[in-house]
Design a protein around this ligand. Structure first.
Ligand SMILES: Nc1nc2c(ncn2[C@@H]2O[C@H](COP(=O)(O)OP(=O)(O)OP(=O)(O)O)[C@@H](O)[C@H]2O)c(=O)[nH]1
Ligand SMILES: [Mg+2]
Ligand SMILES: [Zn+2]
Length: 355
């Protein structure tokens, strides 16, 4: 736990949240930031320190979906109780949100909220994969968050291989910053460190094992995460992160670590897709039908562009694949009912607890 005092500004608070707080009539309650999430409880940090918090019964009643519950990164209004406990009375409207689902069967997860920049971490070992970068770009764009690509473990490849990959990425994704890092060479997180600003929140995304926690440890200047995970890592030789949590850099940057998964899903609307594939979006204006989905329609300008090599075939295929996943995820009625049932149980349990 970080014992040094942090002001609200240090924690990322600003005008936007303050005006939302006023609008909602929450001015008399102190604000705090959610820095970790447990089952039905939250670790929050206010100007007065850290608290273990729960949401009020009233809030639970109003809640109908995952988004109605606090998530790491949220600004909440609270009432402080004794012994380091607090009650969360409401969530201030979010500036941004990163969501994903782990599999087609599971419901959406909120990775983090109120993020200024998402670092999409890829490792330069065999695991390296452009389509995966693209998937992460979709979820960040959907959440209105600026992405930055980090190529980690540069110690594992030659400089010319690295340059080749950087060019490949630049060609496929225009206008995105790329930072290279390695935790095993001198000054190797220098560029990353320079990028991070006080009072801004950064979320680390990427598959398991790419080095998200290692990079955060480097930025913190101490092995804060490894020690927290020691019991899990014992005997495994690996410290896979199991929960989301915010860490505080001495220079003021706020870093959110996040467990990596093998698969990244796309949730919700497909505006993110449109953003990532600007090119396809532009081409589609010339499709014969306005509701063309660019798979087999006559007069499809996108398919035509692929045929004429004006559009990268891989990009096209990935677009179709991601779009399918996105569509699949628009919940069926059955799935929605299932969710409501689960929620009903949850409320019942809480009510019993309150008795
Ligand atoms: N060679 C090399 N190995 C690295 C580098 N960064 C991290 N690693 C190693 O990669 C392994 C995984 O690193 P983690 O930081 O646990 O990866 P993670 O992304 O946090 O993984 P999850 O928590 O499972 O999502 C560890 O054994 C690290 O020592 C690097 O720059 N170079
Ligand atoms: Mg980790
Ligand atoms: Zn088309």
């Amino acid at each position: 736990m970080n014992k040094t005092k942090l002001t609200l500004e240090n924690l990322g608070y600003g005008e936007y949240f303050e005006s939302e707080r006023k609008k909602l009539g929450f001015s008399k309650y102190p604000v705090a930031r959610v820095i970790a999430e447990y089952r039905e409880a939250y670790w929050i940090r206010s100007a007065n320190g850290e608290f273990l918090a729960r949401i009020t019964g009233k809030q639970m009643f109003i809640a109908t979906k995952r988004e109605d519950y606090p998530a790491v990164g949220d600004w909440v209004v609270i009432t402080e109780l004794e012994e380091g406990k607090a009650l969360i009375r409401g969530i201030l409207p979010r500036k941004s949100i990163i969501k994903k689902k782990y599999s087609d069967k599971q419901e959406t997860q909120i990775i983090a909220t109120n993020i200024d920049i998402a670092f999409i971490v890829e490792s330069m070992d065999r695991d390296y994969n452009l389509n995966r970068i693209e998937r992460f770009l979709v979820i960040t764009r959907e959440g209105k968050i600026n992405p930055v690509i980090i190529l980690n473990k540069t110690d594992l490849i030659s400089e010319s291989d690295l340059n080749f990959r950087i060019n490949q990425i630049k060609k496929r994704f225009t206008n995105i910053d790329i930072i290279t890092t390695s935790i095993f060479t001198k000054n190797s997180v220098f560029d990353l460190k320079r990028f991070i600003k006080a009072g801004k929140t950064y979320c680390f995304l990427g598959s398991s094992g790419v080095g998200k926690s290692s990079l955060i440890n480097k930025l913190l200047g101490k092995d804060e995460i490894k020690t927290r995970e020691i019991s899990i890592s014992l005997g495994k030789g690996k410290h896979t992160t199991t929960s989301r949590e915010m860490y505080f850099m001495e220079s003021g940057g706020l870093l959110i670590d996040n467990p990596g998964t093998r698969e990244v899903g796309i949730s919700g609307s497909d505006t993110g897709l449109v953003n990532v594939f600007d090119e396809i979006n532009l081409l589609s204006r010339d499709c014969k039908f306005s509701d063309c989905i660019h798979t087999s329609e006559p007069g499809c300008a996108v398919i035509q562009a692929v045929k004429e090599n004006k559009l990268d075939e891989y990009k096209y295929r990935n677009f179709i694949k991601l779009k399918k996943e996105s569509e699949f995820y628009k919940l069926t009625d059955l799935e929605k009912r299932e969710k409501d049932r689960k929620f009903g149980k949850f409320v019942k349990k809480v009510l019993q607890e309150l008795k």
